[in-house]
Design a protein around this ligand. Sequence first.
Ligand code: ADP
Ligand code: 2DT
Ligand code: MG
Length: 215
Amino acid sequence: WSEMAGKRGALIVLEGVDRAGKTTQCSKLVQALQQSGRPAEMMRFPDRTTTIGQLIGAYLENKSDLEDHTVHLLFSANRWEMVPLMKKKLEQGITLVVDRYAFSGVAFTSAKPGFRLDWCMQPDVGLPKPDLVMFLQLNPAEAALRGQFGQERYETSVFQRTVQQRFEQLMKDQTVNWQVIDAAQNIENVHKDITAHSLNAINKAQNLPLGELWS
Ligand code: ADP
Ligand code: 2DT
Ligand code: MG
């Protein structure tokens, strides 16, 4: 990384099961970083605004059916289509705070019968590698206190339990900087933990090249 190019931003991902607080904490983190003078922007996957994202959105809302392999590849394509923009922003020194990434992609598809973890990982090999992935850990009983499941596909307790198991398998991968966050704490305390890990990752990433995921 050359001095001339300046300091890059960090790629920070939040993962976790339904209602763990990902979306809440992504917004709070971006706001806190911006207020402390660090350029930061939020992104989310799936990004339902693109052409591919609209196909995914209709699928999740049960307005369309797609074959399971096909929709898996669409979720991956929805990340790849954002890669040029992500790299540009990171190079400009903007930290990206991302609500779900390839780990959700693998955890959700591999929770379906007949899908191997390695097959699910393959399309996302080589994506920009997060400098930090925080897993918001929340057990199903605590999640239930935060309200009922929504109406979208995958929002059932049986499926979410399998998704949690797949995330646990993915977290054994030492090539990824996983941090488990206790998401059962109140919003402010979760935010404090997330901010501390993020500032650390931002400082370290400044002097390191962006990596490639799973390659
Ligand atoms: P996710 O994006 O992981 O599905 P959300 O951020 O949408 O989760 O949060 C789900 C619900 O739980 C929202 O109503 C939110 O206000 C609430 N919530 C988020 N974090 C907490 C927390 N730490 N304690 C209690 N309720 C929370
Ligand atoms: P939210 O928009 O509420 O986070 O729900 N998903 C997500 C996949 O199946 N594959 C993926 O690659 C990604 C990023 C998780 C989105 C739903 O889409 C699932 C829940
Ligand atoms: Mg959310």
